[in-house]
Write a protein that binds this ligand. Sequence first.
Ligand code: GMT
Length: 369
Amino acid sequence: MRIGISCYSTFGGSGVVATEVGKALAGRGHEVHILSPSLPPRLVGFEDRINFHEVRASPYPLFEDAPYSIALGSKMADVAEKYSLDIIHAHYAIPHAMAALLARMAVPSLKVVTTLHGTDITVVGSDPSYLPMVKMAIRESDGVTAVSEYLRQETIRTFGVNRPIDVIGNFVEPPGLERPECRSWLAPKSAFVLTHISNFRPVKRVMDVLKTFELVRKEVPVRLVMVGDGPDRVEAETFCRERGFASEVRFTGKQLDIGTVLACSDIFLLPSATESFGLAALEAMGHRVPVIASRVGGLPEVIRHGVDGYLEALGDVDAMAEDVLRLVRDEKLRLSMGQAARDRALGTFAEGPIVDQYEALYHRVLGRN
Ligand code: GMT
């Protein structure tokens, strides 16, 4: 097949999933064209059958903002025609799905598959300024997927749509398990490493990470690694200084090499207000790191409470701190939970079977099965 994949080029999970699906499909012999405003961080290396198309919206004095969605639709139509694309796979509804539908009007043989990732439904998609167009895009796409059963139900509830939505989760590849040298920069030998990775948006509740850490550090030697950047970083760094533990918390900013950080970590914290799947948690699990998260959204479909991590009520930092202390104090429990987490990540959410599901969906919308 010839497949166009449209995504954001930020560090967010939708861009990661889109790029990794594209790489896996190219590895299976399909021709893949990735369309994005700039090179997605995971599209490193020169690989066969995978091409990148930069989308640029030209400015003009009349435009308040250059219309990216139109430029994206135009680029999709152009690439679809030149490379005889069978499918455009839009990752994150806004604006990729709408742009793909415009491209399909220009190139009627094109099929559109839309993957809903989370905030395109739960936060931005339900905003009245976008809702009617998101609803139309879900209705008119040839195939729609959601990354969890929670997100599928939330989509039906929010938009009242009555159409099949396939649930296809996020996935990981088996990472190595060696503990890298950099562990010694992050923490003294006797201290445990807690890690959080996100875009530091309010939905991630980074202050809950810090409050949990504050409770734990009073009891045991521990360090915190905060990876990523976003609107709440300044407040978070200020909090650490005011509470007098700034030297115990490392704010790394955005990092490409998440695997190395996770390989240095003992426990992963994800206290989000909502999370359709939680790719960062799954990546931690793949590294044998148990996850402590809030019991929201699709997280219970990924993390089994008491088996490969703990799920607590939203905002319950006392319970999360108790979970951390239990794992820190009981090495056997921590290691066995870490192993269970890895087994689950690489079993239920292995790349091969998940990419099989996308491939089967493409065949279905093309009427080839
Ligand atoms: O977490 C974010 O805000 C980024 C966002 C994105 O679209 O890039 O992540 C969403 O998609 C990921 C990949 O499918 C999911 O693993 C995340 O759970 C989801 N984020 C939220 O639902 C908040």
